[in-house]
Design a protein around this ligand. Structure first.
Ligand code: ATP
Ligand code: MG
Length: 221
């Protein structure tokens, strides 16, 4: 079995996440992509992030009906910051026979050297890095962290970088959808229309729960 572990803040989840996950599942032959909202994202201050329960519910609504997608609240079951290494450890221990691919966008992967125990993390599972508008490196190998690039060799036949640990880094192009959660939050905060950037079910949930509320000074429009 091959699983994709798709970590993110998902505040809120949008079509950029969903379409990219769908395409990667096809490209890599993933049996499942697990969306794993970060409970306490180490890189974002807790105050600025919507409650986990809402983000989790929006992900569940967004992926409902897709047999290859599932959701995990494993990061909410742990105390403290949500470190990806703990999540990968959890899945590699509970799914010993499953090949794990951690999915990130290029913008997130560019900061990998600031992740908790990142070198160890890269030795624990494969990484698949999706291109994202505004984050192209031209020469694909430049996407590897400079500190460790020398430890990887490019396997041209399979278009991936192999390390001595047996774990690989793959850069894959998915359809460019220049959508971000922060832009959606900003549209909603101004009282604008976010339709077709994220699933209708998620928009209804946002409205019902008054998330990303319009500030009273700005009104609708
Ligand atoms: P924010 O603007 O709040 O940072 P975001 O849109 O970047 O939100 P995240 O939850 O931070 O969403 O992203 C989770 C993961 O999905 C990250 O690895 C990010 O790079 C990737 N990602 C987000 N949006 C896209 C997109 N439009 N195309 C490809 N990858 C994306
Ligand atoms: Mg982001």
């Amino acid at each position: 079995m091959k699983w994709g572990l798709f970590g993110g803040t998902f505040d809120p989840v949008h079509f950029g996440h969903l379409r990219a996950a769908q395409e990667l599942a096809g490209m890599l032959g993933l049996d499942r992509v697990i969306f794993i909202p970060a409970a306490r994202p180490p890189h974002k201050t807790e105050q600025a992030v919507t409650a986990f329960a809402h983000r989790a519910q929006m992900v569940s609504l967004a992926i409902a009906g897709n047999g290859s997608f599932s959701f995990s609240d494993v990061e909410n079951k742990r105390p403290g910051k949500s470190y990806s290494i703990d999540t990968v450890r959890f899945f590699s221990e509970s799914q010993a026979d499953t090949e794990l691919y951690f999915i990130t966008g290029q913008d997130a992967f560019d900061g990998i050297a600031s992740w908790y125990q990142w070198e160890k993390l890269l030795s624990m599972c494969h990484f698949v890095v999706m291109t994202r508008p505004g984050c192209s490196h031209g020469d694909i190998s430049r996407g590897l962290p400079p500190l460790i690039a020398a430890r990887y060799t490019y396997d041209e036949q399979n278009d991936l970088f192999r390390s001595g640990t047996g774990k690989c880094v793959l850069f894959r192009k998915t359809t460019f959808l220049d959508i971000s959660s922060s832009a959606i939050r900003e549209i909603l905060r101004r009282g604008g229309q976010a339709r077709y950037l994220l699933p209708d079910r998620v928009i209804s949930y946002i409205q019902e729960n008054k998330l990303y509320a319009v500030s009273p000074q700005q009104g609708q429009g």
